[in-house]
Design a protein around this ligand. Structure first.
Ligand SMILES: *[C@@H]1O[C@H](CO)[C@@H](O)[C@H](O)[C@H]1NC(C)=O
Ligand SMILES: *[C@@H]1O[C@H](CO)[C@@H](O)[C@H](O)[C@H]1NC(C)=O
Length: 490
């Protein structure tokens, strides 16, 4: 972690929208230059379950509290992440400040459209009764609330709705239906591409859903239905919440060779929508999987990166930072944990320039297989293999699809932004380091770099310059003349 290179800017310049990202074959890429984009993400939900209040005048979600976002965007930017995943959101709250602060920090968003409130998710115990027009209206509202932010690059149509045999038999058609509805809605009501995919439970270790069910679900969601126009029910990406690499385990012990083998022929991007096993609980995680995920050729070729679970320490102990005041995460000071240091070191050891220079021109694109029950290894075990079972859009939802759902506060990025925050940041030894964590605005719409790229060793012009004149300022002490002086130095 090179905190000393942190540079401060005022919200005086208008930070541009981050570059558009699309999908080719099994990779995300920048539309502008055809370079691959690898996800280097963090799950962001300060307060865990209580990060989301769904009723009353004071309802909130992780992206509706600007003071919290200002503090956390600075920390996450310094870590080097380029994506956050946010789980539970209310369409009717204002997210402009939070999303703008992450945009201006060079960080993309991948969002779950579902939340724990009734009528805002498919109940995995009873998918049929919860797939209805009220549900669709709610998830379309989430699309309306977020489609206008150009740093929103993906929606998760579902998260872990298959954990046992019954769910493996019944639920896959509903995942395809919701995927189709979201893709169609976006196609009709958004002026740009936003990817839609699914985050699966890792059921490889022979859970109730069957040993092959992750592979089966990837095949079920990723195949192409012969007479379906535009592949609308086919997922744009497939993600897995994977916790099989624990402590000092090796690539082999963690089952990674099998993952590479199982998914070698993927026609769509696959990434870890959560990773970071915390066993043994209580000792700092070494995050050794990072070196493999972004360093080994077969991993880089097959997969599209991953999202570390999770930013804040909650009861289940997967955090990178600790809230000093867990009752009030918004105004709380934060303490970086040893896990944060370790992850930062891991990111620092990767050759990101090599990844940056992979062009999708040279990508070997695998065509999606035709959907057929032959693709499903666990069909004798009851895994869904009938593609005619995908339910049609409920007729009462047709109006939403045709005319769009109405929502007053459609989000948009703000022209100017204040990055100052009042909370303190402590390092993992309890030392006050707030001054080193001011957000660096990316005025030329640059994507946030990993730490190893920030010190200028990559030779990329802008970075090199700012690093050469590295200055650390207190977030609260930012004044215009300092910025001017700094500009003169550059
Ligand atoms: C992770 O943190 C612990 C505690 O500071 C340390 O002993 C260990 O070496 C770190 N691991 C890595 C891979 O940096
Ligand atoms: C391609 O564009 C993206 C977004 O602007 C940038 O981050 C990346 O470094 C570029 N790739 C190369 C090889 O220049």
């Amino acid at each position: 972690m090179r905190l000393s290179t942190t540079l401060v800017a005022l919200g005086a310049t208008v930070a541009a929208a981050l570059p558009q990202i699309e999908i080719k074959g099994n990779q995300f890429y920048f539309t502008g230059n055809g370079s691959e984009f690898k996800i280097r993400g963090l799950a962001y939900q300060p307060g865990g379950q209580s990060a989301f209040k769904s009723d009353g005048a004071d309802k909130f979600d992780p992206l509706s509290r600007p003071d919290q976002c200002r503090r956390d965007a600075a920390v996450i930017q310094s870590l080097g992440a380029n994506v956050i995943r946010v789980y539970n959101l209310h369409a009717d709250l204002n997210h402009d400040e939070c999303v703008t602060v992450f945009n201006n920090a060079g960080i993309y968003l991948m969002l779950d459209v579902n939340s724990p409130v009734v009528n805002t998710h498919i109940n995995k115990e009873n998918a049929k009764s919860t797939y209805h027009h009220g549900y669709l209206e709610n998830i379309f509202k989430v699309v309306e609330a977020f489609k206008g932010y150009s740093n929103v690059i993906a929606f998760f149509a579902g998260n872990e709705v298959i954990d046992d045999k019954k769910q493996a038999r019944e639920n896959p058609p509903y995942i395809r239906a919701v995927t189709r509805d979201l893709k169609q809605y976006i196609k009709k009501h958004s002026d740009r591409f936003i990817a839609v995919g699914y985050a699966a439970t890792d059921t490889r270790s022979a859970s109730g859903a069957g040993k092959d069910s992750v592979v089966d679900l990837w095949n079920y969601l990723g195949c192409s239905i012969e007479d379906e126009e535009g592949d609308m029910s086919r997922a744009d990406f497939f993600a897995v919440n994977i916790y099989s690499w624990c402590g000092d385990a090796t690539f082999e012990e963690s089952g990674y060779p099998e993952l590479v083998k199982d998914f070698a022929q993927t026609s769509l991007p696959i990434f870890w929508s959560e990773h970071g096993c915390n066993e043994p609980v209580g000792s700092p995680r070494p995050f050794n999987e990072i070196a493999a995920m972004y360093g080994r050729d077969e991993m880089v070729k097959t997969f599209a990166g991953g999202i570390v679970f999770e930013y804040t320490q909650e009861a289940n102990k997967f955090g990178l930072v600790k809230m000093m005041n867990t009752k009030d995460t918004e105004s709380s000071d934060v303490e970086l944990m040893k896990d944060f240091d370790n992850l930062s070191k891991q990111y620092d050891s990767i050759d990101w320039d090599k990844i940056k220079n992979i062009k999708t021109d040279s990508l070997k694109v695998v065509q999606p297989p035709q959907c057929s029950s032959d693709l499903i290894l666990g069909k004798s075990n009851g895994f869904a293999s009938d593609f005619s079972a995908i339910p049609e859009l409920p007729s009462q939802a047709q109006g939403f699809m045709d005319d769009g759902v109405s929502l007053d506060n459609k989000g948009k990025l703000l022209d100017s932004m204040d990055y100052k925050f009042q909370q303190n940041i402590m390092d993992s030894n309890g030392k006050q380091v707030t001054a080193q964590f001011a957000l660096v605005e990316m005025p030329d719409a640059k994507v946030n770099d990993a730490p190893s790229n920030k010190d200028g060793s990559s030779g990329s012009g802008e970075d090199g310059k700012s690093a050469a004149s590295s200055v650390a300022l207190g977030a609260a002490a930012v004044v215009a003349p300092v910025v001017a002086a700094l500009a003169a130095m550059l």
